[in-house]
Design a protein around this ligand. Structure first.
Ligand SMILES: Cc1ncc(C[n+]2csc(CCOP(=O)(O)OP(=O)(O)O)c2C)c(N)n1
Ligand SMILES: [Mg+2]
Length: 589
């Protein structure tokens, strides 16, 4: 009897000693170890079981209908949480579908990791025609911040750690992680597997600015007669909201929020110069950029927008630029005071310097400057208020957005997703935001197609209601994801501004044939029926009153809703606010 028991013990020890893990579980464990609780993706060979096992291990796995939308979801989850958003795709075509989102994330400095399964290296590299054959790593490399491949199960921990550090450190961005099919099935002893994983410590280390750089910036600010602060999306990402607010309020300097920085301070703040943008940009003498780049969205810091004599000319203002990347300064015009570091540290350093050098005696900007801004603001806001109260039939952008503006004001916790041309530009200028990181839009590229991916992620990550204001063309890029909204029962209210086409519905075929013009869609389309097909609420709204009722109901009920808001097809302009970027031939007709 005793002998038998001893033998039993030995056998148990043997089985314990051989407890095994595999690539699937190592990957899931590595992600969980680094606080990832959600994966956005689309299943198929070779990652179907990975998605299943992740769900079995308690992760939230949100499946999409197209990888681009899953990728956009991951990217914006990264922006909102400062943890890399994870997108999971199959090989070649799935990978390529996810790549636009990865590249867009990199351009916008959103941390995300695109994890794609890939086919067998031995066959792919000899181009022998494998299932979904593609050298994915080489293709991804120039399109993202970093790209890695893991070939051995024992390297999964390091692979994830490197991907996290690349995505989050310095200027955040998109990272590609290539995982060949064979990796998932590889086994190793479980204890060794556990020990191979890395919990990444301090992946976005503080970067403290140099004292001389801080003083240079302070000197410029102090000497300014007409100072201006421009807040970019980087300032929103930094989550240094209290410090930024303190800097603006202590110095009394007027500020201009870029699109996704709206709400960092409430848009109704008395120092906001949004409604006087075309006045302050050419007039300011010292401009401090906080997490904002002088790219096309700021007319490259020169030309008429900035008071330059011609489209290439510098307007004469001095720039202070706070950015985490030392390479950003001088990218377009001279930066007199670059302040390199993370935004929280830089702004804190400025506040400390102000406190120690001037204390409460910091001179606020001259009243002539702030007064002139207020005067213009009041005039423009008054003019806009008049337009917003009009009630034309059919609705135009203004009468519809007057409703959206009220709904957002009443629900400041709601997240506003926005894309389109006119539907984007009018919403940005009319709808005030009250809290940080509540406005998510087309970003640096002006990319269409982010709508439903952003909406899904915003709802999943925040648990707050989401309002998506979508041009009818913009909506089409990700429209099938209304099924995803219904499947996960997300509190998203999609409002399609339906003006029958790209910029509007009035173009005619110049050749007179049966095809409609390239910018025109089916007239009077009923996008609301699309939502109904999956069990959500569809509403056809032709008046502001109908739109208001439907939006209120959507927010109250937390039910996926799509409102087809009929907008005058003549109300938009070509390309919205950026008509001038359309090339014009010099050739005489
Ligand atoms: C991926 C991508 N494809 C094409 C474009 C060009 N584009 C810019 S806005 C837009 C759609 C504008 O129409 P709509 O969304 O209906 O907005 P509207 O001006 O009619 O309100 C398009 C196709 C783009 N920005 N991104
Ligand atoms: Mg349209």
């Amino acid at each position: 009897m005793e002998r038998k028991n001893a033998r039993h013990d030995i056998m148990t020890t043997d089985v314990q000693a051989q407890e095994m893990t595999d690539g699937f579980h190592l990957l899931i464990d590595a992600l969980k170890l680094n606080d990832i609780d959600t994966i956005f993706g689309l299943p198929g060979i070779p990652i179907t079981d990975l998605a299943r096992k992740a769900q079995a291990e308690g992760m939230r796995v949100i499946s999409f209908r197209h990888e681009q939308n899953a990728g956009n979801a991951a990217a914006i989850a990264g922006f909102m949480t400062r943890k890399p958003g994870i997108c999971l795709t199959v090989s070649a075509p799935g990978f390529l579908n996810g790549l636009t989102a990865l590249t867009n994330a990199t351009t916008n400095c959103f941390p995300m990791i695109l994890i794609s399964g890939s086919s067998e290296r031995e066959i792919v590299d000899l181009q022998q025609g494998d299932y979904e054959e593609m050298d994915q790593l080489s293709i991804a490399k120039p399109l993202c911040k970093a790209a890695y491949r893991v070939l051995r199960a024992e390297d999964i921990g390091v692979g994830i750690a490197r991907a996290f550090r690349a995505a989050l450190s310095g200027r955040p961005g998109g990272v590609y992680l290539d995982l060949p099919a064979k990796l998932f099935a590889q086994t190793m002893e479980a204890g060794a597997g556990r020990r191979s994983l890395i919990r990444v410590v301090d992946p976005a280390p503080k970067q403290i600015p140099g004292a001389d750089a801080v003083n240079r910036a302070i000197d410029l600010l102090r000497g300014a007669k007409k100072p201006l602060i421009v807040l970019g999306k980087g300032a929103a990402y930094a989550q240094a909201d209290a410090e930024i607010r303190a800097l603006i309020e202590t110095t009394g300097i007027p500020y201009l929020p870029m699109s996704m920085a709206k709400g960092l301070l409430p848009d109704t703040h008395e120092q906001s110069a949004s409604a006087a943008r075309s006045y302050v940009l050419p007039e300011a003498d010292v401009v401090m950029l906080i997490g904002a780049r002088l790219n096309w969205l700021l007319s490259h810091g020169k030309g008429k927008t900035w008071g330059g004599r011609d489209p290439k000319a510098w307007g004469g203002q001095k720039f202070i630029q706070i950015d985490i990347s030392p390479q950003e300064a001088d990218s377009n015009v001279r930066i007199d005071a670059p302040l390199v570091g993370d935004i929280g540290s830089c702004v804190s350093a400025l506040l400390a310097a102000i406190d120690s050098t001037a204390g409460s005696s910091w001179a606020k900007p001259p009243a002539e400057w702030t007064g002139a801004i207020t005067e213009r603001k009041d005039k423009n806001i008054g003019k806009m208020a008049e337009i917003l109260t009009k009630n034309p039939t059919p609705m135009n952008f203004h009468s519809a957005l007057n409703v959206v503006r009220d709904i957002v004001k009443a629900n400041p916790e709601a997240i506003l997703v926005n894309e389109g041309a006119n539907a984007l530009d009018f919403t940005r200028s009319i709808v005030d935001m009250y809290r940080p990181r509540k406005r998510l839009d087309v970003g640096t590229w002006g990319i269409m197609g982010i709508g439903m991916g952003f909406s899904v992620a915003a709802a999943v990550v925040s648990g707050q209601p989401v309002i998506a204001i979508e041009g009818d063309s913009a909506f089409g890029f990700s429209g099938m994801e209304v099924e995803t909204l219904c499947r996960y029962n997300l509190p998203v209210c999609v409002v399609v501004f339906n003006n029958n086409g790209v910029y509007g519905g009035t173009d005619v075929n110049p050749a007179g044939g049966p095809d409609v013009a390239p910018t025109v869609f089916v007239k009077g389309a009923r996008y609301d029926k699309l939502m109904e097909a999956f069990g959500g609420v569809g509403v056809h709204a032709t008046t502001p009153a109908e739109l208001r009722k439907a939006m209120e109901q959507a927010i109250r009920s937390k039910t996926p809703t799509l409102i087809n808001a009929v907008i005058d097809e003549t109300a938009g302009t070509e390309s919205g606010r950026i008509t001038s970027l359309n090339p014009q031939s010099a050739k005489k007709k």
